[in-house]
Write a protein of this length. Structure first.
Length: 157
């Protein structure tokens, strides 16, 4: 049986950043019944290798974008934990929408968003951490961030 998500964080030696505050007039997460809607999040500063601004296909490569998407995942996990009190209350990831700030000729958005998806699978397991997903390229994101991700979780009451 796989470890619970909170235990899994410790096993992977991951530390979550402080939960981000809204940058405008919205909530970072809204719980409706047993569904948690998480607003779009950008990357967290986790090390000197993770880009916080940039554009894929211009000044960032796919691997840098993937690291960025993983750091977005850590930010989202922090919001989920703050909202629910524990990651152990997550039953499964239902849907992910990943936006990649990229040039018109950049075609590797799905591989960039894999940084997020692989982290969710590591924390919640293959069955519960992998949900439906879209990975879309866009010409700009707020503050010049490389990746923005929003998602929906099924949770226990």
């Amino acid at each position: 049986m796989p470890s619970k998500p909170e235990t899994r964080l410790q096993e992977l030696h991951l530390t979550l950043p402080a939960a981000p505050k809204p940058m405008a007039k919205y909530k970072t997460a809204v719980l409706v019944g047993n569904i948690l809607y998480v607003s779009g999040h950008g990357p967290a500063k986790i090390d000197d290798k993770t880009p916080l601004v940039g554009r894929l296909g211009e000044n960032l490569n796919t691997e840098q974008g993937k690291l960025c998407a993983r750091s977005v995942g850590l930010n989202i996990l922090s919001t989920v934990r703050t909202t629910l009190g524990s990651l152990d209350k997550v039953k499964r990831l239902v849907k992910t929408l990943g936006l990649v700030n990229s040039t018109n000729d950049f075609k590797e958005q799905p591989f960039v968003i894999n940084g997020f998806s692989e982290l969710m699978a590591e924390i919640f397991g293959e069955d519960n951490g992998v949900g439906a997903r879209s990975a879309i390229g866009t010409n700009s994101l707020p503050g010049g961030i490389p990746v923005e991700i929003e998602c929906i979780f099924e949770v226990t009451p």
